[in-house]
Design a protein around this ligand. Structure first.
Ligand SMILES: [Zn+2]
Length: 133
């Protein structure tokens, strides 16, 4: 691990050169340890009155694509990606991705539960509408 707390903080503050930020970005996605480290730093900074989370919410680099979010919803994402999605949504609190996820959830159509309910409803109304013999 070649990323120090100082560097991570600079990343959080968007003060790193793009190349280095991209590197850290990649490390964050693949390393649970680094995410933990970042979460602690964010927590500490937030307590100190600095809202790093706010900066992160503007940090589009760390955002997820819709296909990644879709994979997460469907449960086809790797464990690694799922962890990152949860980190991104819960620790970072990204409203943009939260909104995207919500949107995907709705456009995915009915959940198995509501399909079952609808079918039941349909069957019972079809029964009511059927001509009696
Ligand atoms: Zn995001």
């Amino acid at each position: 691990m070649d990323i120090t707390d100082d560097e991570l903080l600079a990343y959080l503050d968007e003060q790193l050169p793009a190349e280095r930020a991209t590197h850290i970005e990649r490390e964050l996605r693949s390393s649970p340890v680094l995410r933990q480290q970042a979460a602690i730093l964010i927590h500490r900074r937030d307590q100190g009155g600095h809202t790093v989370g706010e900066i992160w919410r503007r940090q589009r680099l760390s955002c997820l694509s819709r296909s990644q979010l879709g994979g997460y919803l469907l449960g086809t994402a790797t464990d690694e990606l799922s962890d990152y999605v949860e980190f991104h949504l819960r620790t970072v609190g990204c409203r943009l991705c939260e909104a995207n996820l919500q949107d995907l959830r709705e456009s995915r159509g009915p959940t198995p539960d509501s399909t079952r309910r609808r079918r039941k409803f349909f069957e019972s109304s079809a029964g009511n509408l059927a001509p009696s013999r």
